[in-house]
Ligand binder design. Sequence first.
Ligand SMILES: C[C@@H](O)C(=O)SC[C@H](NC(=O)CC[C@H](N)C(=O)O)C(=O)NCC(=O)O
Ligand SMILES: [Zn+2]
Length: 222
Amino acid sequence: MAEIDLEWPKKDDRRLLHVVYRVGDLERTIKFYTEALGMNLLRQRDVPEEKYANAFLGFGDEQSHFVVELTYNYGVTSYDVGDGFGHFAIATQDVYKLVEHIRAKGGNITREAGPVQGGTTVIAFVKDPDGYTFALVQRPIVHDPFCQISLRVGDLERAIKFYEKALGLKVVRKVDNPENKYTIAILGYKEEDDATVLELTYNYGVTEYSKGNCLCTDCCWY
Ligand SMILES: C[C@@H](O)C(=O)SC[C@H](NC(=O)CC[C@H](N)C(=O)O)C(=O)NCC(=O)O
Ligand SMILES: [Zn+2]
């Protein structure tokens, strides 16, 4: 039997490539992501023989930026987002200014700009047309503004073990927040300022979440 190279994964240059999820109106979401959030429409295709269309958007080209792949299934106009999905996060140098821009574009601000509970980082939340939440996070200029995918998990150590062993992600930060009864773990292939990361949130005592639209995150490597 061929010898398994256990060292190869440690040398493999990986990054989180894109996240794919379903939307009820492709043009409505493209308009919001480009005009309100500032993303670029990178490519779009229609697959009539399979009755779906999709579009890729991000803050830069796919060779160096994390992107969203939106899927529209003909005739399906809404989805249950589910509470296992937490948020996407966009880094910006001025959350207050971006909130006013999004509000002027008709965006649904669900949490006004201000310091995060128990911390100092200025954040805000906005819901997109399908109900997916985007956290706006005030940070200095970063390579890719699309900085985070956040999921809620029922067992943090079990989830960490999966993402480390199966996908080779590493825990780059872990914070327990007993006052608000949750713990987060940030996993990435690089540090938070250098790559889009996966944030896992464990709410004390909550062991199950509805998968809803069953978000899936493709991780890919060069
Ligand atoms: C900064 C951005 O990336 C965040 O993660 S927001 C931090 C904080 N997260 C939680 O409270 C997680 C537990 C919560 N019960 C949940 O399941 O989402 C947050 O959302 N703070 C809200 C605030 O107003 O500060
Ligand atoms: Zn987050």
